[in-house]
Ligand binder design. Structure first.
Ligand code: NAD
Length: 441
């Protein structure tokens, strides 16, 4: 894949990932020129195609990918996404985010991601099971407990992970294969707390940001107005946790549109409404708004928790929030990021904000390898510890970059952001291990 160098806004997620990386690189000294290409691009990309008998008697061929972006710091780790618009570029970018995310929170993984081009909303449970089993069978030994470990992502869930485990286990009988995949149901090696780990991690990270005084104008979530885009695993749980912490959830949305109330929405009731009707829209007593309206809603904290490239130069100027907590991966384009920075909007970047999911996936993997089941309290305490430490490191790194900037480093260029700081930590950690392991042979 060519590495783009121009900073023109693109809705291609890999171009955005590369632009973020190149921007952060200007703050890092001493990375050997020849290593940079290796640090940005995926180590391995596999395409598979397989036919599936559909319920209506027809047969369809499906196309899936698995990208191993990096295994420098440990096995690949990252979700599998089922979506009609999945592309190789998107999956490559999501895999790169995983490499950087696992480095930011310092867990012993690299980064990977997978996807199958399909529309789960129009597939039966049997069809989804067949797609999953065929995808895993085609990947063969490219995934494994010590090579590359999948997890849930958009439109895949614990049931999908159970099928992945079951298929891999049938292909490798007689061993403890639980650690091949995380996000499994509790009864087959899942971890307590994994289902809400992404949102909980983002809440812990936000609280630590506020404790550090890193968000001018917001000292506490009590009374803070919060808007959430996306009401799935990440978004609906974030809405509930921020609400329970004292925030007022004023607007939420899903793929069909948004719902808003300045008096505050009850996130549990909205979820029940979505479960009953298929969408958050039409929630009694609230007004109906568009997805664009949610991003521009009058609030203190905006949580994009749906898909990538949602905040662009077309709408970044309309964002009213003072803090954006990126529960989604890649929700802000690299150019929109600069618009937000100029406007003083703080962005808690995805590779830190939503890392709670992979942190508890790591805890699940450790429990599987040791045949243990940790208590929910232990999982949450350790998650809080990891998230707070990563926030502290990122804020400290940001302060250090700010100090360099004031002394003339990167003169004439935009000042550092929290995303730069998190990426500098990640790149530094990964590059250090590349040099320690040394170039093979
Ligand atoms: P999900 O499938 O549970 O939910 C996705 C939600 O987004 C749904 O409510 C859907 O209706 C909504 N949505 C889809 N298109 C939309 C649009 N155009 N506008 C508004 N809403 C839209 O997925 P999820 O697991 O919650 O993942 C959401 C985001 O969080 C993704 O970017 C994913 O990569 C990221 N993420 C998830 C996890 C995890 O553990 N689940 C971990 C890290 C990051």
């Amino acid at each position: 894949m060519d590495t783009p160098t121009r900073k023109v806004e693109s809705l291609d997620l890999f171009v955005n990932a590369t632009q973020q990386f190149e921007r952060a690189l200007t703050w890092v000294d001493g990375i050997k020129e020849g290593i940079i290409d290796f640090l940005i691009n995926p180590k391995r990309t596999v395409h598979v195609r397989f036919p599936v008998h559909m319920d209506d008697g027809t047969t369809r061929t499906f196309h899936g990918f698995r990208v191993l972006h990096s295994d420098v710091r440990g096995p690949g780790k990252g979700g599998i996404r089922y979506h009609p618009d999945v592309t190789e570029a998107e999956v490559s970018a999501l895999a790169a985010f995983m490499t950087w995310k696992t480095a930011v929170v310092d867990i012993p993984y690299g980064g990977g991601k997978g996807g199958v081009i399909c529309d789960p909303k129009n597939l039966s449970r049997r069809e989804l099971r067949h797609i999953t089993r065929c995808f895993v069978a085609e990947l063969g030994d490219l995934i494994g407990p010590h090579t590359d470990i999948p997890a849930p992502d958009v439109y895949t869930n614990a049931q999908t992970m159970a099928w992945i485990y079951d298929t891999f286990d049938r292909m490798h009988p007689g061993g403890n294969n639980l650690a091949v995949v995380t996000g499994k149901p509790l009864e087959i090696g899942g971890s307590l707390g994994r289902d809400e780990a992404t949102a909980r991690g983002s809440w812990y990270a936000t609280e630590q940001m506020l404790r550090r005084g890193a968000v001018p104008g917001i000292n506490t979530l009590t009374g803070a107005r919060v808007a959430v885009q996306g009401y799935g695993n990440a978004g609906s749980v974030a809405a509930r946790l921020f609400h329970d912490a004292g925030a007022v959830v004023v607007a939420v949305s899903d793929s069909r549109g948004g719902t808003a109330s300045d008096a505050g929405l009850d996130p549990r009731a909205v979820l029940e409404h979505k479960q009953n009707t298929g969408s958050v829209i039409g929630f009694p007593g609230a007004s109906q708004i568009t997805n664009e309206d949610v991003l521009a809603y009058d609030c203190d904290v905006l949580i994009p928790a749906a898909l990538e490239c949602q905040i662009t130069t077309a709408n970044a100027g309309n964002v009213k929030a003072r803090l954006i907590v990126e529960d989604a991966n890649g929700p802000t384009t690299a150019v929109a990021d600069e618009v937000l920075a100029k406007r003083g909007v703080i962005v808690l970047p995805d590779i830190l904000a939503n890392a709670g999911g992979v942190v508890v996936s790591y805890f699940e993997w450790v429990q599987n390898l040791e045949n243990q089941q940790w208590s929910l309290e232990k999982v949450q305490t350790m998650l809080n510890d990891k998230m707070c430490r990563a926030v502290d490191e990122t804020v400290d790194r940001f302060d250090a970059l700010q100090d360099h900037y004031s002394k003339g480093v990167n003169k004439g260029k935009p000042g550092p952001t929290l995303r730069d700081a998190a990426l500098v930590s990640a790149i530094t950690r990964i590059a250090t291990v590349v040099l320690q392991r040394d170039i093979w042979p």
